[in-house]
Write a protein of this length. Structure first.
Length: 251
């Protein structure tokens, strides 16, 4: 079940990340940064892909407003999807594009899909994250409960915001894939997979560092920089979206 190793949620990408992924014997990673427009994500993924490592472009869409935000991870997009739109609007657009839609870190902190969201949109979601580097054991237990309750495939990722975390948790398939389209189809179709994680003191330290980073990520200083300083590149008011999301925009 560990023939093809995928880390399906990585926030950072550069030469160091690629080297780290290869050292961890990964076959592919999904690059899904926040607040970066789809054409740039796709371009960066193509730039860093090679015969040893497939870099798949992804979008973790920030739905809702700051007080009621829900993250949705999507791959296989054909058109850009902005942040700051309703969850219903995002799910409708992702369904229109036949994207692979995953629920990252469900019921975790204040940035996640909850049980009632999964109940409402479960037929549009293709997997639930049950393990990542930021999880404590109760988080993993809750995610596994949700996966069983809604009969959805599991996946695990590093959820790496720090370079050393890449490949700390991964999803393994028992078949090989050559292209982004094949990996996206496997996720969308619920192909059999296993979830794996590293162990040992170094891994625990990296998990602690990732968990600590969560507090920085949600600091008021960053909120001001990202949300209050002007129109962001992924804001639905941006000219790139041509007003297509005005009816589901929350800001």
């Amino acid at each position: 079940m560990d023939r093809f190793r995928l880390d399906p949620h990585v926030k950072v990408l550069n030469e160091r990340i690629v080297e780290r992924a290869k050292a961890r014997e990964l076959d592919a990673i999904v690059y899904a940064p926040h607040f970066v427009r789809w054409p740039e994500i796709r371009s960066q993924a193509e730039r860093f892909s090679d015969s040893e490592l497939l870099v798949i472009p992804g979008r973790e869409v920030f739905t809702g407003d700051w007080r009621n935000r829900k993250h949705v991870l999507a791959m296989g997009l054909s058109d850009p999807v902005p942040d700051f739109i309703t969850l219903e609007g995002a799910m409708a657009e992702l369904e229109r594009q036949n994207a692979a839609v995953l629920a990252p870190h469900p019921d975790f902190a204040t940035v996640s899909l909850e049980a009632h969201d999964l109940r409402a949109h479960g037929d549009q979601i293709h997997g639930i994250e049950v393990c990542n580097m930021k999880y404590l054991e109760p988080h993993g237990e809750r995610s596994r409960e949700l996966a069983r309750e809604f009969d959805l495939p599991s996946f695990g990722s590093s959820y790496a915001h720090l370079p050393g975390s890449v490949g700390g948790v991964w999803t393994g398939f028992d078949q090989d894939f050559e292209t982004t389209e094949e990996v996206v189809a496997a996720l969308r179709d619920g192909d059999p997979r296993g979830v794996y994680r590293r162990n040992g003191a170094e891994h625990r330290l990296r998990c602690a560092a990732e968990f600590a980073h969560l507090f920085y990520e949600n600091s008021w200083g960053k909120i001001d920089r990202l949300f209050l300083s002007g129109t962001e590149p992924t804001h639905p008011d941006h000219i790139a979206y041509e007003g297509r999301f005005d009816d589901v925009c929350v800001y």
